[in-house]
Design a protein around this ligand. Structure first.
Ligand SMILES: Nc1ncnc2c1ncn2[C@@H]1O[C@H](COP(=O)(O)OP(=O)(O)O)[C@@H](O)[C@H]1O
Ligand SMILES: [Mg+2]
Length: 346
C-alpha cells in the first residue's frame, strides 16, 4: 500500500471511464509551527478513497480527522508544513497553484461543515447563493440555467416547495433544512468528491438519520465519492463502505466497515469499539482510559503504546509502518498477528 504516486499524477489514469481515485493520501504529515517547537498534528496518514466510495474517518476528538480533510483541500492555516503525497481527484494537491486549488474547491471537491450556518451568508437569499455556487463552478452557465439547476437540486435534497425557498433567507430555515440546502449548494457545483466534517453532529437524532439517508442516496444515484469525518458509530455503520481509524494524528487501521467492526486489526480500534455503549447498535465513540499523546509530544514508537494492553518494548521504540495484514485490511500495529482479539470475538 506504500506505493508512492508520481508527483505529477495530475492526468487521469488509463481507465478514465472510471476516473481517478477520489483521494489518495500517502505518508502525509502535517505540522504547525509554535513557540515551543513544531506541533505534529498529523504524524502519518495513509489511505485511499476510491471513486464512488463512502469512507469514514473515525476516531476520538483531536485524532486529526478535520486536519486530514483540510490538508486534502489545502485549507490549513498559513505556516503549516505538509509532507507526503496527496492526490485529490487525480490532482497533485501539494503541486497545484493556490488559484487552481480554489477553483477545485469550488467545483470538483466540496466541503460541508458540522454547522450549516457557517456555509450560508445570512444576508443573501438562498437562491442567489445557490446560483453563485453553480456559476463559480461553471462560469459558462447562464443565470437562468443556474437558477433552474439550483431549484432542481433543492428538490433533489428534499426541500419542499423549492421555488419559494429560493427567495428565503437562511434565518427563515430550520437546522435540518439548512444542512440540506448546504448540500444542494455543493451539488450545484457538480462535485465528484464531497467532504463532510461531522455533518450531523449539530442536528437532532431524527434529522441526523435523514441527512445520512440523503448522503447515501446521493452516493448511490450520482456516484458521488464521500469522505466523512465522524465520531458517531451510527454514521459509520449506516453510511461508510470503508473505515479509516485515526489515533493521535495517525491512521492506525483501515478496511471495509463490516470487516473492521467485526474483527478489528488494531488494538486501538478494538478499544474504541468496546468503549462505545451498545457497541454496534448505536451510540457515540467514547474516549477510552488514559490520554493520547498531544501534538507537541515527540513519539518515536507507536502513539497507542502507552495505553495498549498488548504493547511490548519494541512498540515504544519503533514506529509501526502501515501494512496490509489481509487483502484490503491495513493496520499500523507491529503485533497485529499476535494481538489477542484477532481471530477471536471482539
Ligand atoms: N490551528 C491549530 N493550531 C494548533 N493546534 C491545532 C490546530 N488545529 C488542530 N490542532 C490540534 O491538532 C489535533 C487534531 O485536531 P483535529 O484535526 O481538529 O482533530 P479531530 O477533527 O479529529 O477532532 C488536536 O490536538 C488539535 O488541538
Ligand atoms: Mg474535527
Amino acid at each position: 500500500m506504500k506505493t508512492r504516486l508520481p508527483a505529477t499524477a495530475t492526468a487521469p489514469p488509463a481507465d478514465a471511464a472510471q476516473g481517478p481515485d477520489a483521494l489518495v493520501m500517502d505518508g502525509v504529515r502535517v505540522s504547525l509551527p509554535s513557540g515551543r517547537g513544531p506541533l505534529r498534528i498529523i504524524r502519518d496518514a495513509t489511505f485511499r478513497v476510491r471513486r464512488g466510495e463512502v469512507v469514514a474517518l473515525a476516531g476520538e476528538s483531536g485524532s486529526g480527522k478535520s486536519t486530514s480533510i483540510l490538508a486534502a483541500l489545502r485549507l490549513l492555516p498559513p505556516g503549516a508544513r505538509v509532507d507526503g503525497s496527496i492526490v485529490l481527484d487525480g490532482q497533485d494537491v501539494l503541486a497545484t497553484p493556490r488559484r487552481e486549488m480554489r477553483r477545485l474547491r469550488a467545483s470538483r471537491a466540496r466541503l460541508i461543515f458540522q454547522d450549516p450556518w457557517r456555509s450560508l451568508h445570512p444576508m443573501k437569499r438562498i437562491g442567489a447563493q445557490l446560483v453563485e455556487s453553480a456559476r463559480t463552478a461553471d462560469p459558462s452557465l447562464s443565470k437562468k440555467a443556474a437558477a433552474e439547476l439550483a431549484e432542481a437540486m433543492l428538490a433533489r435534497v428534499g426541500i419542499p416547495d423549492p421555488a419559494s425557498r429560493m427567495a428565503s433567507y437562511p434565518h427563515e430555515i430550520s437546522g435540518g433544512q439548512s444542512q440540506r440546502i448546504v448540500i444542494a449548494m455543493a451539488l450545484v457545483a457538480r462535485p465528484s468528491v464531497l467532504f463532510c466534517d461531522e455533518p450531523t453532529t449539530a442536528l437532532d437524532v431524527t434529522t441526523q438519520a435523514q441527512i445520512l439517508e440523503l448522503l447515501r442516496e446521493l452516493n448511490r444515484d450520482l456516484g458521488l465519492s464521500i469522505v466523512i469525518a465522524t465520531h458517531d458509530l451510527d454514521v459509520i455503520t449506516d453510511l461508510a463502505d470503508r473505515l479509516v481509524v485515526m489515533y493521535a494524528g495517525e491512521v492506525v487501521e483501515s478496511g471495509p466497515t463490516a470487516e473492521v467492526l467485526a474483527r478489528p486489526r488494531h488494538p486501538y480500534t478494538f478499544s474504541l469499539l468496546r468503549a462505545a455503549p451498545g457497541a454496534q447498535t448505536g451510540g457515540r465513540l467514547h474516549a477510552i482510559e488514559g490520554r493520547p499523546p498531544g501534538p507537541a509530544e515527540d513519539v518515536p514508537g507507536c502513539a497507542f503504546a502507552a495505553r495498549c494492553p498488548s504493547a511490548e518494548d519494541v512498540c515504544v521504540s519503533a514506529h509501526p509502518a502501515p501494512r496490509e495484514v489481509v487483502p484490503g485490511r491495513i493496520t499500523a500495529c507491529l503485533r497485529a498477528e499476535g494481538y489477542g482479539p484477532i481471530g477471536g470475538t471482539p
